[in-house]
Every structure is written in structure tokens, then in C-alpha cells.
Design a protein around this ligand. Structure first.
Ligand code: SAM
Length: 294
């Protein structure tokens, strides 16, 4: 077949290349065709919603070469496309990413887009995001609640540098404070109406069997200790001291849902449901966290 020279042909070509390779999807797309669209449009910095006619216009030789190299890189290096492009999408917003931050993909996006309804009985004035990484959840919350002040913490300063770039990119730097903190260690005396977190929660055994794509992500963003729940347990033990009277804690634990429920049967976890996919996100109220022992 002749060399692909239009957007449509490049997407078709890239899809075939990806289909023939042994890749893992799970960093923003879940199939070769969507990944091809992401790589082709992202490599050329072309918006996804171009008019139909643009799909069949010829591209320059340099543009075609750039796409072909990206696709080859994706296959050979097994890096997630977001790292190759330096950008990922979350809540319909673009975020800078590099190897110091997890590629955004949390089901928290759906909760934020729905304004956390029906779970909040008033607009939160103070929000905390623990383990902010690229800052995606904290920044999307700041945009969803324009009156709120948001604190976003991470134990990794390299992650916080990326979060700072993203906060500026989305114009929320005046309402978003980035704090280096080991869970709540640097938040003494602070109270929040809403605490959100997508912490590391992969168990030691599971870390060792992750597909190659995940091994390009920072281990700090994934590894949650022996059973995966080290950070979550610390969060549960201390969250009560950092929530307002009607405050809520919402935490993603993914496939660790069952293990957590069995380990802490005394806690009345509410497991949230998602229309756009995702699971393992619990909600607890301030009053329910009072009796948790560290
Ligand atoms: C699963 S990633 C989530 C990143 C981002 N919130 C997202 O949803 O894409 C977890 C983040 O927690 C951070 N982290 C790991 N251990 C931590 C700790 N003890 N205290 C605070 N943050 C921590 C990691 O550096 C990483 O950025």
C-alpha cells in the first residue's frame, strides 16, 4: 500500500501497527483505534474535533514522518502515549505529564463533572487532594467550584512541579496551594469540607506482574505497600481530624475494594457507582471516621 499521507490514512495505518503489536491499553484509551487517534492527532497538535474535510487533506512529509516515529516509539518502548506526547486529558482538560506523575485516568472525573452530587449538601469552601500527581483532580475541582480554595499535596516534589505548571495552565494558581506532605504530615490543624484522593494502592505482589506500560509510571504513584492499603489506612486513621463537621472523604482504591471492606468491616463505606466506567471509590462522612484507630 502507498505511504499514508492524510489524517485518515495515518489513523488507519497506526491502528493496524498497534493491532499487530503486543501492547497494553489503560492510560486514557482501551483499544488500538482510539490509541491511534490519540497518537496521530496528539503528535501533530491537531484538535480532535477538526472538520470532517480536514481528515482527507494531504499532510507534509515531515508531519507524516513525525507520526510514524511516534507510533514506532509507542510499540518499541511500551511507554504510555501520554508520556510520548507530554500531555493527557482528564475531565475534558489537557494536562502536562511526564514520568514523574501518573497518567490521569481516575473515575473521579465523573464525580467532579457532576459536582459530587448528590454527595455534598453545599458547595465546598475548602478542598484537599492527597497525592495530587499532575494536579488533575485538584485542578478540575478548583474549576468545578470557583469559590473554593484547594490544597493539593504530594510526597514527590517532582510531581508537584508538574502540578504547578498545570495549575498555571488552567489559571487556578491563586486558589490552589501545593504542599509537600506525607499524607497529612504537613497539614496540622487544617480542616476541609471535601477530601479527595487517588492514592497508590497496588499491592507488592501485583506490582511485580504489571504490564510494561505501567513500569514507565513512578512507583511512588502505584505501590501501596504489602497489601496495597498502607496509605489508605493512614488516611482513614487521620481524616476525621481534618474534616469539617459535615465534611466527606472520597478515596479511590480500585480493585482493592473488597480487601478494604473485609479489613475494616466496622466502617460503613459507601461504594460509588459510575456510568462512564470505574469502580472502587468509597465515601465516608466525618462522623463515621471518628472511631478509626491508626
Ligand atoms: C495514584 S497517583 C495519583 C495521582 C493523581 N491524583 C491522579 O489521579 O492522576 C498517587 C500519588 O500519590 C503520591 N504519593 C505517594 N505516597 C504518598 C504519601 N505518603 N503522601 C502523599 N502523596 C503520596 C504519589 O507521588 C502520586 O503522585
Amino acid at each position: 500500500m502507498a505511504q499514508p499521507t492524510t489524517l485518515r490514512q495515518l489513523v488507519e495505518w497506526a491502528t493496524r501497527q498497534l493491532e499487530q503489536a503486543d501492547l497494553f491499553y489503560g492510560h486514557g484509551t482501551d483499544n488500538p483505534m482510539d490509541e491511534a487517534v490519540y497518537l496521530v492527532f496528539g503528535s501533530l497538535r491537531i484538535p480532535f474535533d477538526v472538520p470532517e474535510a480536514a481528515l482527507d487533506e494531504p499532510l507534509s512529509g515531515a508531519q507524516c514522518l513525525r507520526v510514524r516515529k511516534r507510533v514506532e516509539q509507542r510499540i518499541e518502548s511500551r511507554q504510555p502515549a501520554a508520556y510520548l506526547l507530554g500531555e493527557a486529558w482528564f475531565c475534558g482538560l489537557p494536562f502536562h505529564v511526564n514520568e514523574h506523575v501518573l497518567v490521569p485516568r481516575s473515575p473521579f472525573a465523573e464525580l467532579i463533572q457532576e459536582g459530587f452530587q448528590p454527595w455534598l449538601n453545599r458547595e465546598p469552601r475548602r478542598i484537599l487532594d492527597i497525592g495530587t500527581g499532575s494536579g488533575c483532580i485538584a485542578i478540575a475541582c478548583a474549576l468545578a467550584f470557583p469559590q473554593a480554595r484547594v490544597d493539593a499535596t504530594d510526597i514527590s516534589n517532582q510531581a508537584l512541579e508538574i502540578a504547578a505548571r498545570n495549575a498555571e495552565r488552567h489559571g487556578v494558581q491563586d486558589r490552589l496551594q501545593l504542599i509537600t506532605s506525607d499524607v497529612f504530615s504537613h497539614l496540622e490543624g487544617e480542616r476541609y469540607d471535601l477530601i479527595v484522593s487517588n492514592p497508590p494502592y497496588v499491592s507488592q505482589a501485583d506490582i511485580e506482574t504489571l504490564p510494561a506500560e505501567y513500569r514507565h509510571e513512578p512507583v511512588l504513584g502505584l505501590a501501596g505497600g504489602g497489601d496495597g492499603l498502607d496509605i489508605v489506612r493512614r488516611m482513614l486513621a487521620e481524616a476525621g481530624e481534618h474534616l469539617t463537621e459535615d465534611g466527606v472523604l472520597i478515596v479511590e482504591v480500585g480493585l482493592m475494594q473488597e480487601r478494604l471492606a473485609v479489613t475494616m468491616p466496622e466502617l460503613p463505606f459507601i461504594w460509588l457507582e459510575f456510568e462512564q466506567g470505574g469502580e472502587g471509590v468509597f465515601l465516608l462522612h466525618h462522623s463515621e471516621l471518628q472511631s478509626v484507630k491508626g
